[in-house]
Ligand binder design. Structure first.
Ligand SMILES: Cc1cc2nc3c(=O)[nH]c(=O)nc-3n(C[C@H](O)[C@H](O)[C@H](O)COP(=O)(O)O)c2cc1C
Length: 172
């Protein structure tokens, strides 16, 4: 994979979040931290998928927002997008929100043609794993070569380098 051009596209949210032992306010989201570790390991570019309308920094409010967007099958408008045509490999990072990806990730996937590209999903979560995210991704990127996903414990992403290394070997 080393000679191919790689992009790490990720969604992440700062603010109040659930951690073992209680809620914590974080300045940088777990998936953001993981994405930076992966980008450094793979020499990839980084792109943050951001919704135009921001999510609440209050955990409970954000959960309500995410459920309403999922139930409404919404596609929140993105703040900005990126031309992915020059990238062969796209690492896609996102938190597990109520069993799948946050809806801006759906917007992102639908806004590009992934046919012929290698897509490698990684998902941070507090125990639910990848849940429905892989089957949802498969519906949104026809023709892509989607690799096995990696689930990372959100509250331990600082230690995810070795998990990424193992996964990169497995999927290459
Ligand atoms: C709206 C919302 C819904 C969540 N739903 C789940 C869930 O269903 N299962 C789970 O294990 N963790 C869930 N979490 C926890 C996050 O997946 C986890 O903390 C993740 O690492 C957050 O990544 P981020 O900081 O990059 O946004 C949820 C968090 C939020 C804010």
């Amino acid at each position: 994979m080393e000679n191919k051009r790689a992009l790490v596209a990720f969604f992440s949210r700062a603010g109040e979040n659930f951690f073992p032992g209680g809620m914590r306010y974080i300045e940088k989201g777990n998936t953001h931290i993981a994405a930076e570790i992966l980008a450094e390991l793979t020499n990839a570019d980084l792109f943050e998928i951001k919704s135009k309308v921001e999510y609440s920094a209050v955990y409970k409010e954000c959960v309500a927002q995410s459920i309403s967007e999922y139930k409404g099958n919404m596609r929140p408008e993105l703040k900005e997008n990126i031309d992915i045509s020059d990238y062969d490999i796209i690492f896609l990072g996102y938190p597990n929100w109520c069993g799948t990806m946050p809806m801006p990730v759906w917007t992102f996937l639908e806004s590009h043609d992934f046919a012929g590209k290698v897509v490698c999903p990684f998902c941070t979560n507090e125990g639910s794993g990848l849940a429905n995210s892989l089957s949802d991704i498969d519906k949104l990127i026809p023709g892509a070569n989607r690799k096995a996903g990696l689930s990372l414990k959100g509250s331990r992403v600082q230690e995810s380098k070795s998990e990424f290394e193992k996964w990169l070997t497995e999927i290459s």
